[in-house]
Write a new protein. Structure first.
Length: 538
């Protein structure tokens, strides 16, 4: 009689979703990450908080007190700059100048042309319309300076105080508004601060805008200021409001001085409770641009914001990151804002300034925290009723749980998560069917991970040389079982069996030395199940 010796060999560990019997993977595969960004305030954070100024004015503080607080060590003084040149348009093929009353144009030679109250369409030839009964005019030598009559001038339908200077730029045109400083300030303040705010806040804004403009004059250009955020947003006459114009007039000529020079009076919307130093945000230090508490900002609707949910692929696309992003962390400054953000990718870390991240992702400020949700793909094949280890990241977020769903619609919590100090999480579950899993927190979740669960299959030690049997969980009565033997490098079926009501199966097999296993096809929401291999020797 042959003596059969059997040794049980553990089944191969396979990546979830890969064919049974695949190669072992020793580490989880990083899943898709989701980032929850929350923060404080709106803007760069340096200088005067506009909501802080609003709160201080409501608390009875004067504009001088507001400015002295946000720009410590400065004094109020006067400026002698009466006129500024503001770039309105450049690189335009045509421009239209108009006015409701007759106006005039003066060319580079000093020749003046009177113009009726009608639109003048200019091309780079700078050819003015012909007065009736006069011969056709030659192109005027530029620049052309348009001067208003009894009504303001308009550029492409938008009215401006002062004069409009039009110059050729090769085959294009540039328009500059030559305007009194106080008119410029009136055209800025209403766009920077609601005109319904207290008068003292509007006055503080007017002085900050005037000082910022005069301390940031453009060098080496035929204009002093831009009409957009490169300087300040200037909307001209149509932007003015009675309250903001009154604030500009009430503070006419006043500027913030430090050491006898006009100060760089940076300002922004909302501090979130504390301003930032220029050294932390811009990389240069000014004694009057330091971090200061701002309790008055509590009135701001942007005092706290978020969480904003941002997917890893959005970050990769908008920031130009070459590889898939799986994690993120920030380096804070003393004021709480982030100096830089490091994104961990599948190829390694990449860092970039927080200001760049803020701009690219459309975030309100760099005073932010970055929560991370990521469920990793387990390295082991999920088998019915046996422990499956899940891991991932749930950093900076409250009460994360592992949830599951059979259909991807209805979700239910299945396990709490053990959290380490670095934000990594883990738990063990015993899945009983193929399902989707995700890490869930209030208001957000990681992308769903589909986990294929196979039936639990075992071959038992045979009772005699002519039979092999075993069991299946769940019981799966009626399921077909294939008994296979390894022939060379391939498995070949040597017998068939059917699972009975108790979950057992048995087949007659001519047992010869070799390796055997049992295979159960996918059924009842379960993936194909394969037993551990048994080895038979004589």
């Amino acid at each position: 009689m042959r003596l059969l010796a059997l040794a049980l060999v553990s089944s191969a560990l396979v990546l979830v979703g890969s064919p049974a019997g695949g190669a072992q993977q020793s580490q989880p595969a990083p899943g898709e990450a989701v980032f929850l960004v929350s923060g404080h305030g709106w803007g760069h954070g340096v200088g005067m908080s506009q909501y802080g100024a609003y709160g201080m004015a409501r608390a009875g503080k004067s504009y001088a007190q507001i400015l002295a607080y946000f720009y410590p060590g400065t004094q109020l003084g006067k400026t002698a700059t009466d006129v500024v040149r503001v770039l309105l348009e450049e690189g335009r093929p045509t421009l239209t100048i108009s006015s409701a009353e007759p106006f005039s144009a003066t060319d580079a030679t000093g020749e003046k042309t009177k113009l009726p109250a009608a639109p003048v369409v200019l091309t780079p030839k700078l050819k003015l319309p012909n007065p009736k009964g006069k011969p056709a005019q030659a192109p005027a030598p530029g620049p052309l300076v348009f001067t208003a009559g009894k009504s303001p001038l308009s550029l492409d339908g938008r009215p401006y105080r002062g004069k409009l200077e039009v110059t050729t730029q090769g085959s294009f045109l540039r328009a500059v508004n030559v305007v009194k400083t106080e008119a410029y300030v009136a055209g800025v303040v209403a766009g920077e601060m609601p005109h319904t705010w207290p008068a003292e806040a509007l006055k503080a804004q007017a002085i900050a805008a005037r000082s910022y403009a005069l301390s940031h004059l453009v060098k080496g250009k035929p204009y002093d200021l831009y009409s957009d955020p490169r300087s300040q947003v200037y909307g001209g006459l149509s932007s003015e409001r009675p309250e903001t114009t009154a604030a500009a007039r009430a503070t006419a000529g006043q500027v913030v001085l430090y050491g006898g020079k006009v100060a760089s009076t940076f300002y922004f919307s909302s501090s979130g409770g504390r301003t930032a130093s220029s050294a932390d945000v811009f990389g240069f230090a000014e004694p009057y641009l330091v971090s200061r508490p701002d309790p008055w900002d509590i009135l701001s609707p942007y005092h706290q914001w978020g969480p904003i949910v941002i997917g890893a692929r959005t970050i990769q696309s908008k920031l130009g990151v070459q590889n898939r992003v799986i994690d993120a962390s920030g380096v804070p400054t003393p004021s709480g804002r982030l100096r830089s953000v490091t994104f961990q990718t599948i190829a390694g870390p990449t860092s970039m300034p927080a200001t760049l991240v803020r701009t690219a992702l459309g975030l309100r400020s760099t005073w932010m925290s970055i929560g991370v949700l990521r469920l990793d793909r387990p390295p082991d094949q999920a088998v019915y009723g046996t422990p499956l280890q899940f891991s991932g990241v749930a950093r900076g977020l409250q009460s994360p749980v592992l949830s599951s769903s059979a259909d991807g619609v209805a979700w239910k919590p299945v396990s709490s998560l053990d959290r380490a100090a670095d934000g990594s999480v883990s738990t063990s579950v015993r899945p009983k069917a193929t399902a989707r899993f995700r890490i869930q927190v209030a208001g957000a979740s990681s992308p769903a991970l589909l986990v294929s669960v196979s039936s639990w299959v075992r071959l038992a030690q045979p009772l005699d040389p002519g039979k092999l049997g075993g069991s299946v969980q769940p019981k799966l009565p009626g399921a077909r079982v294939s008994i296979e033997r390894l022939k060379g490098t391939a498995w070949a079926a040597v017998a068939r069996a059917t699972v009975d009501a108790t979950g057992a199966f048995q087949a007659r097999v001519r047992v010869v030395p070799g390796s055997y296993r049992a295979r159960v096809p996918a059924t009842n929401g379960l993936a194909e199940g394969v037993s551990p291999t048994i080895t038979v020797t004589e």
